[in-house]
Write a protein of this length. Structure first.
Length: 74
């Protein structure tokens, strides 16, 4: 394993284009999934994190409510 961390490139502070939107969406989905899996209370987080969790939960919920009921029955 390499010990020279200088070889790891630094993240760019702000990327231009559509990739930034996808990064934010994936970040929000990941936060919401972890908070759901660990049963974390969202009231304990700051306003920005709560907003991110709300956006992520939107993508975790199925578009068709009948799909959610079907998964619970299985």
């Amino acid at each position: 394993m390499r010990d020279d961390f200088d070889a790891i490139p630094e993240a760019e502070p702000q990327r231009e284009g559509g990739g930034c939107l996808l990064v934010r969406i994936y970040h929000d989905i990941g936060l919401a999934a972890v908070a759901d899996a660990l049963n974390l209370l969202t009231e304990e987080f700051d306003a920005d994190l709560n907003l991110s969790l709300e956006r992520g939960e939107f993508y975790l919920l199925p578009a068709d409510p009948s799909l959610a009921r079907g998964e619970m029955a299985a």
